[in-house]
Design a protein around this ligand. Structure first.
Ligand SMILES: [Ca+2]
Ligand SMILES: [Ca+2]
Ligand SMILES: [Ca+2]
Length: 137
């Protein structure tokens, strides 16, 4: 149960509106082979982090996250504040997300979505993972 909750939080944290999962899949699948590799997923997570880090200081604050989520219209979905979302993967507990902390969180998420553990996400695995984010409220 804790794992499911963590997955939910990671999804929210990454700022992924579940309805856009298909678009995101296409965006992350850089070589267009219909699979997202761990490297492609990591690159997607880095791009997301850069997008949230408005002042480009390499850290994402709750204020920056709230602003970024407001832009994609998913901010209210989870009913959690950005500060609460950050706390889930803020491993040094400074209230701010570093690129490393965000990366570690996205790796956990990748492993959870990769049901058959072949190191790649199919479109099915990806959307099932995101559907779960919505269902396990
Ligand atoms: Ca920042
Ligand atoms: Ca931190
Ligand atoms: Ca897989």
């Amino acid at each position: 149960m804790r794992q499911a909750r963590k997955l939910l939080l990671l999804g929210c944290l990454a700022g992924l509106p579940a309805f856009a999962a298909a678009d995101l899949f296409a965006k992350m699948d850089a070589d267009r082979n219909g699979r997202i590799s761990a490297a492609e997923h990591a690159e997607g997570a880095r791009a997301m982090f850069r997008a949230m880090d408005a002042d480009k200081d390499g850290r994402v604050t709750s204020r920056e996250m709230t602003a970024a989520q407001g832009k994609v219209g998913s901010g209210k979905r989870s009913g959690m504040s950005s500060a609460e979302k950050i706390r889930v993967i803020d491993s040094n507990h400074d209230g701010v997300l570093s690129a490393e902390e965000h990366q570690a969180g996205s790796e956990v998420m990748f492993e959870m979505m990769d049901r058959n553990k072949d190191g790649r996400l199919t479109r099915g695995e990806y959307s099932a993972g995101h559907a779960k984010l919505l269902a396990k409220k």
